[in-house]
Ligand binder design. Sequence first.
Ligand code: HEC
Length: 128
Amino acid sequence: MKVAVTLFALLVAAPCAAQDVAAGEVLYKQKCAACHQPTGKGVKGAFPALAGDALVLGDPALLSRMLLVGKGGMPTFKRLMTDQQIADVLSFVRSSFGNSAAPVLPDVVAAMRATLPASGGPTGPLGN
Ligand code: HEC
């Protein structure tokens, strides 16, 4: 009986500890699509395509870092999104627009966040 209860608890708890692609889709529309476009194809010369992008499909830790730190015209989402939200949106991006890469787990984002300086970073609505 105890084993059954434990198993049940694990099954119920699992989705919370993992990524939520549906939530990621909502976040993408809110926070990324204005630049990278609803199609994930970006805008030539301004916003890179996320479809078929090597960084998007590559190491989840480095991809998380891109969102946490930002780069050039790409805002930092360090203070704007939780580890869970970053994992969700990246898992959505990695499984959409023709992409097919493994989800990003919140733990990976948290580990990367922990290596970054705690202070600093823009706080505006778009992080810039
Ligand atoms: C204000 C516009 C803007 C928004 C909003 C934005 N980005 Fe970006 N993004 C950029 C720009 C510009 C670059 C290119 C940065 C560079 O290389 O200098 C970029 C680069 C990237 C890259 C790296 C592509 C590569 O291979 O170099 C990823 C991944 C990415 N963005 C994901 C996202 C996600 C996910 C979101 C939403 C949470 C998002 N971006 C929101 C403008 C934006």
